[in-house]
Design a protein around this ligand. Structure first.
Ligand code: SF4
Length: 353
């Protein structure tokens, strides 16, 4: 017999959502956690760890494609300091969590949000906007800051005992750590965050996708997380090359290759694997420049001071190019963050603020 949970907790894997789940569980409510992941955040592989370590039943859901679409269109509430669309992100996650809740017969939602913790999305006024736009204003409980917030419907109706929830606010962690100690939680997750969209280096990786690709997908953003990123432009066309930094990168790039991509590697000496997105259609002159760069990332090829044989595989086809590591200047690293920020402001001015 399957039981519907009372509450679905939006679970990031951080301490706050872990405490929210515990505050509700200790009231005897049946808790199920919902964990969203994408190329930008999430740890779907940690499900077993969370079950074994914290006794949590976690459902994971890939929201990457919706996030790629949000970034393409520009978030209606604008970006934070980097490329983080926090308000739109929270609205979207709450909507998705609500759909999940309805599909499993849950009664309400809970999140680990703490008033005043984050400047963009955890101001009280913004928290109200988020809940309203997500259509969850009546069913969302925020157990960590409940004592400081208006009572939610589940609290008013007595589904949740408001008096045993917490009254934590602000950016410090002392309240959370004290609560964790009270619950006997000894393995403390690192502070949530971990969202690549808040990091400048990652914004630099993602920005060329938004400005040069017609329709960047979740798979493209996942590829942008790998290796060193290089871009080149020739007339109107852009060319994207990802070069592995180590063995792990090389293996990941080889696995990430899709039909139409080309994989480059040195034939006779150690060196990186490089993935040319859509490389099967690249003009031969551009591919030779990509081979030059691949060779330039091999210390042995550079030290050799002469041409190096670079294999270029596209599907079943393979060719070998004589690459010159000294002619690698055509491809460039992504733009500095200052440029990304300026272009972002021009391209995506805030709409609803
Ligand atoms: S930091 Fe990232 S995951 Fe968190 S709300 Fe902002 S965009 Fe979403």
């Amino acid at each position: 017999m399957s039981h519907s949970p009372d509450v679905i907790v939006l679970f990031s894997g951080g301490l706050d959502s872990l405490l929210a789940a515990n505050l509700l569980r200790r009231q005897g409510l049946s808790v199920k956690c919902w964990h969203a992941f994408s190329p930008f955040f999430g740890k779907p592989g940690a499900r077993d760890f969370w079950r074994k370590t914290y006794g949590l039943d976690v459902h994971t859901e890939d929201v990457g494609e919706a996030f790629a679409a949000m970034l393409r269109q520009g978030p209606s509430h604008g970006f934070g300091k980097v490329l983080n669309p926090c308000v739109d992100c929270k609205i979207h996650l709450l909507r998705r969590a609500k759909m999940y809740m309805e599909s499993v017969g849950g009664r309400f939602l809970a999140s680990g949000e703490v008033p005043g913790q984050r400047p963009m999305s955890q101001r009280r006024d913004v928290m109200r906007v988020i809940a309203r736009e997500a259509g969850v204003a009546d069913i969302l409980v925020r157990p960590l800051g409940a004592g400081l917030l208006e009572p939610s419907l589940p609290e008013r109706e007595g589904l949740v005992d408001r008096t045993s929830l917490a009254s934590i606010s602000g950016r410090g962690r002392a309240g959370q750590l004290a609560l964790a100690a009270r619950f006997g939680i000894t393995i403390i997750p690192t502070p949530a965050g971990g969202c690549r969209l808040t990091e400048r280096e990652n914004a630099r990786r993602y920005w060329p996708l938004l400005t040069r690709l017609a329709l960047p997908t979740s798979v493209d953003f996942a590829l942008a997380n790998l290796g060193r990123q290089f871009w080149a432009r020739d007339r109107e066309a852009s060319f994207w090359l990802c070069v592995g930094r180590d063995k792990e990168d090389n293996e990941r790039l080889a696995r990430a290759a899709e039909a139409g991509d080309a994989l480059l590697s040195l034939r006779d000496m150690p060196g990186p694997t490089a993935l040319a997105r859509g490389g099967a259609r690249w003009p031969s002159g551009i591919m030779l420049r990509a081979a030059n760069l691949t060779a330039a990332c091999s210390p042995k090829a550079v030290a050799g001071g002469r041409t190096a044989a670079v294999c270029v595989k596209t599907g079943e086809e393979e060719q070998t190019l004589a690459a010159n590591p000294e002619r690698a200047a055509f491809f460039e690293s992504p733009p500095p963050f200052g440029l990304v920020r300026d272009e972002r402001r021009l391209r995506f001015p805030p709409k609803n603020r």
